[in-house]
Design a protein around this ligand. Structure first.
Ligand SMILES: Nc1ncnc2c1ncn2[C@@H]1O[C@H](COP(=O)(O)OP(=O)(O)O)[C@@H](O)[C@H]1O
Ligand SMILES: [Mg+2]
Length: 243
C-alpha cells in the first residue's frame, strides 16, 4: 500500500489528537503504529480508514484522496476492514451471523451468499466449529479471530487493526498474532497499532512511532528498534523494552 498524509489535524475539544501529522510511505504491506498511550494512533487509524474526518490536512491511501463528502467516504470505508481492541462482535448473534449480517445489510449480498461467504471466512481460519456459538461462548482470542474473519470476508483493500490483542492473555495473543501474520504473508495490506514490540518487529515493513499527534519517526523495524533516531522514540523503546 501507499500512503501520502500531509499536515493532518484533528481536535476533540481542547485535545489535539493529530497535530499536523505527515507521513509518506511509498510501498508497504504492513505498517505498524507504536507509541505512548494518547499519542494519536487510534485517531490516525480511524481517519485513514474513513471512519472519521480530519479537521484539516490531506490523506491519500493508494492514491485515493480521502474526502469529507459523506457518500464518497462511505464508499471508501466499505472497501476496508476493521478490528478494534475489544467488543467487536454483536453479543446476541452467533459467530456466523456476526459475519453474515454485515455482508447482507451493508454490502447487499443475498442471505444465501452472505452465509456462504461467512462460512468460507470461518473455514479459512479454522473457526467453523464455532460457527453457531455466541461471543460469550468463545474465548477472547477466538472472538478476535472471528472479528478478523469478518473484517476480511470481503477481501478489504486495507485491513485496519487497533490494538487487536491488548485485552488478551499471552496464549490468546499468540493465536491472534499468528493469524495476522498469516494474512500479511497472504498479501493483505494491513495498518495496525500494537504494544507487542516483538510482533511489530516481525511483521512490519515499516514502523511509525506516533507521539503527541505526530509521526516522530518512520523506519523499517531493524533500524527503528536497532538505532532509533528521535529522542522520544529512544526513551519510549528503552522503557517498554526494559522488562
Ligand atoms: N472520541 C474522542 N473524544 C475525545 N477525546 C478523544 C477521542 N479520541 C481520542 N481522544 C483524545 O485524543 C488523544 C489521542 O488519542 P488516541 O488517538 O486514542 O491515542 P492512542 O490510540 O495513541 O492512545 C488523546 O488525548 C485522547 O484522549
Ligand atoms: Mg488507541
Amino acid at each position: 500500500m501507499k500512503l501520502e498524509v500531509a499536515a493532518l489535524t484533528k481536535c476533540y475539544g481542547q485535545t489535539r489528537a493529530l497535530d499536523g501529522l505527515s507521513l509518506s510511505v511509498a510501498a508497504a504491506r504492513v505498517l505498524v503504529l507504536i507509541g505512548p498511550s494518547g499519542g494519536g494512533k487510534s485517531t490516525l487509524l480511524r481517519v485513514l480508514g474513513g471512519l472519521e474526518t480530519a479537521d484539516s490536512g490531506t490523506a491519500a491511501v493508494n492514491d485515493h484522496l480521502l474526502s469529507a463528502d459523506p457518500a464518497s467516504l462511505q464508499a471508501y470505508r466499505r472497501k476496508n476492514g476493521f478490528l478494534f481492541q475489544q467488543f467487536n462482535l454483536f453479543p446476541h448473534l452467533t459467530a456466523l451471523q456476526n459475519i453474515a449480517l454485515p455482508l447482507e445489510k451493508v454490502h447487499g449480498h443475498s442471505p444465501a451468499v452472505a452465509k456462504q461467504m461467512a462460512e468460507q471466512a470461518l473455514a479459512r481460519f479454522d473457526l467453523l466449529d464455532h460457527a453457531h456459538k455466541l461471543p460469550t461462548q468463545l474465548s477472547g482470542g477466538q472472538q478476535q479471530r472471528v472479528g478478523i474473519a469478518r473484517a476480511v470476508a470481503r477481501q478489504p483493500e486495507v485491513l485496519f487493526l487497533d490494538e487487536p490483542t491488548s485485552a488478551l492473555d499471552p496464549e490468546m495473543t499468540a493465536e491472534v498474532l499468528e493469524l495476522i501474520q498469516e494474512l500479511a504473508e497472504a498479501g493483505q495490506d494491513i495498518i495496525l497499532s500494537t504494544h507487542e514490540m516483538g510482533f511489530a518487529r516481525a511483521v512490519a515493513d515499516q514502523i511509525a512511532f506516533v507521539a503527541a499527534g505526530k509521526i516522530e519517526e518512520l523506519a523499517p523495524p531493524a533500524s527503528l528498534f536497532g538505532d532509533p533516531k528521535s529522542p522520544l522514540c529512544q526513551r519510549f523503546l528503552s522503557r517498554v523494552m526494559r522488562y
